[in-house]
Design a protein around this ligand. Structure first.
Ligand code: COA
Length: 249
C-alpha cells in the first residue's frame, strides 16, 4: 500500500482516494499499485457494491513525470505500472464512480473512460497533453474517446493536447454530470448510493453487457498503444519534454 492512497469504507461503498496533494496527486508506480490493490480488495469483498475514485482539490496531474523520465532505468520488457492498473480497472466487475475536481491530466482524464459514472466539477481542468510530452494516447483513449465524444472533438483534444473544463466534459458526454465544485463529492456519493441499493447481480451483468461489444477492439487498441507508448517514452522528443517540466521546478 502507498501512503498516498487512502482506502475509505462506508457500508457498501469503498472510496479509493488519491492523497498526494503537494504533487497534485501525480501518480507514482506505488500509487498505481495501491489503486489496483484497492480495486482487487473491492472485487473480492461481497459487501462492497460500488467504488468511488476521488482525489482532493485535484483529481490527479497524471503520471509522475519523474517516473517517465527514469524509464531508461527499467527494462523495456517490464510491464508499466499504469498499464497494470488500467487492466485491473477494465476488468473490475462493479460500478466505479469518479469524483473529479481540479486538475485531471493525462491518465487523470483517460481513466475516466473506464469509470461507469463521472461527476466533474464545472471548473475542473481536464487535459490529455500526450503530444506536448512527445507521447501518444494510452488507456484505450485512441479508440474510446472518439467513440465517446465523437471523432472531431476527440481528434482535436488528443492531437493538440488542449485543456477543457468539467462543464465542457459533461457537454461532450465524457462526464456524466458537471456540478459546482463543492457539490462534486456529495453528488458522487449520491450516485454511488443509488447504484449500491440495486440488485448487485443485475448491475454487474448490465456493466458487462455495456462493455462486451467493445472489448475486443479495446484490447487491440490498448496493445497497440502500449507498444507505441513504451517506444515514445524513450525518444529524445519525450525525454526533452520531461526534462523541460522537471527543470521548471
Ligand atoms: N509529475 C511530477 N510532478 C508533478 C506533476 C507530474 N505529473 N504534476 C505536478 N507535479 C508537481 C510539480 O512539479 C510541483 O512540485 P514542486 O512543488 O516540488 O515544484 C507540484 O506538483 C505542484 O505543481 P505545479 O506545477 O507547481 O502546480 P501548477 O498549479 O503551477 O500547475 C499543472 C499544475 C497540473 C498544470 C502542472 O503541474 C503540470 O503541467 N503538471 C504536469 C501534467 C502532466 O503533463 N502530466 C502527465 C500527463 S501524461
Amino acid at each position: 500500500m502507498s501512503e498516498h492512497v487512502l482506502i475509505e469504507r462506508e457500508d457498501a461503498l469503498l472510496t479509493i482516494r488519491l492523497n498526494r496533494p503537494e504533487k497534485k496527486n501525480a501518480l507514482t508506480r506505488a500509487i498505481y499499485g495501491a489503486m489496483a490493490e484497492g480495486l482487487m480488495q473491492a472485487a473480492a469483498d461481497d459487501g462492497v457494491r460500488v467504488v468511488i475514485l476521488a482525489g482532493g482539490t485535484d483529481f490527479t496531474a497524471g503520471n509522475d513525470i519523474t517516473d517517465f523520465a527514469a524509464v531508461g532505468d527499467r527494462p523495456a520488457t517490464e510491464p508499466g505500472a499504469a498499464f497494470s492498473f488500467l487492466e485491473t480497472i477494465m476488468g473490475f466487475p462493479k460500478p466505479v464512480v469518479a469524483a473529479v475536481r481540479g486538475y485531471a491530466v493525462g491518465i487523470g482524464t483517460t481513466m475516466l473512460l473506464h469509470c461507469d459514472a463521472v461527476v466533474a466539477s464545472e471548473t475542473a481542468r481536464l487535459q490529455m497533453p500526450f503530444t506536448r510530452l512527445g507521447l501518444v494516447p494510452e488507456a484505450g483513449s485512441s479508440m474510446l474517446l472518439p467513440a465517446r465524444i465523437g471523432p472531431a472533438r476527440a481528434n482535436w483534444l488528443l492531437l493538440s493536447g488542449a485543456a477543457f473544463s468539467g462543464a465542457e466534459a459533461a457537454a461532450y458526454g465524457l462526464a456524466t454530470r458537471a456540478v459546482p465544485d463543492n457539490e462534486v463529492e456529495p453528488a458522487a456519493l449520491e450516485m454511488a448510493h443509488t447504484l449500491a441499493a440495486l440488485p448487485p447481480g443485475s448491475v454487474a451483468e448490465t456493466k458487462r453487457l455495456i462493455r462486451a461489444p467493445h472489448a475486443a477492439a479495446l484490447a487491440e487498441a490498448m496493445a497497440a498503444e502500449r507498444v507505441a507508448f513504451g517506444e515514445r517514452l524513450r525518444t529524445a522528443e519525450a525525454q526533452a519534454a520531461f526534462a523541460g517540466f522537471l527543470k521548471k521546478k
